[in-house]
Design a binder for this molecule. Structure first.
Ligand SMILES: [Zn+2]
Length: 213
């Protein structure tokens, strides 16, 4: 198998967002620069922005994927929303394996957490998507793939949702391969209120890799 080469890399500063395109077949990595920092990810078909990542159902669709193991699954395929339901990306490296398919932080969450006006992932996505002519209200579902998020649903069997500090350390990364041309929007989560980012915001590095001809 041919080895991939980094063709572009950049740092998204702490508390900021960025959108970029990845061509079908290319890989991209979301890399921890310091560790314990969550990156919230949205995906769009780069040729039809109506076809968007469907975080809520990607968990269930992976459960039934041949790579699913018993009652547990390890995320391997990311699907677009109904009615499309196409595989948008494959997960090709995920050593840490922690992620949360669910909401990102919002203005209202910050208000409830006692920090009205605090920057949230909503602000990051709005800024990042504006460059591509999209507004946050154009998003079918605001649920995201929250990479490195250490969220546990109901660990004590009492319905509690725990947010623990990420287990990811400097240099850890999650890697995806694009199964179609995709627009990727990343929010480097600005939440220093909960344990989501271990109470301090850090930057995230992105690498885009291609297979030389
Ligand atoms: Zn956030």
């Amino acid at each position: 198998m041919m080895s991939s080469k980094v063709i572009n890399e950049f740092v998204i500063p702490k508390c900021m967002g960025k959108a970029f395109k990845v061509r079908k077949g290319q890989l991209f990595r979301v890399i921890e620069i310091e560790g314990k920092q969550v990156a919230s990810l949205m995906f769009f078909n780069a040729n039809n922005y109506k076809e968007q990542f469907m975080a809520e159902f990607s968990g269930g669709l992976n459960y039934f994927h041949p790579s699913g193991l018993g009652s547990h699954y390890r995320l391997s395929k990311l699907y677009s929303k109904v009615p499309y339901e196409n595989v948008m990306l494959s997960v090709t490296h995920n050593k840490i394996g922690d992620h949360f398919l669910g909401p990102h932080c919002t203005k209202k969450m910050m208000e409830i957490w006692g920090a009205p006006g605090h920057r949230s992932c909503s602000d990051n996505f709005s800024d990042a998507l504006r460059e591509f002519g999209l507004r946050h209200e154009d998003i079918y579902s605001p649920s995201t793939l929250n990479a490195f998020a250490n969220v546990q649903i109901d660990p004590q069997g009492d319905g509690t949702i725990n947010i623990d500090p990420p287990r990811s350390e400097k240099g850890d990364f999650i890697e995806f391969q694009a199964e179609m041309d995709v627009l990727v929007a990343v929010s480097v989560c600005p939440d220093d209120k909960s344990a989501m980012n271990d109470h301090s915001c850090k930057a995230i590095k992105i690498q885009i890799l291609d297979f030389p001809q």
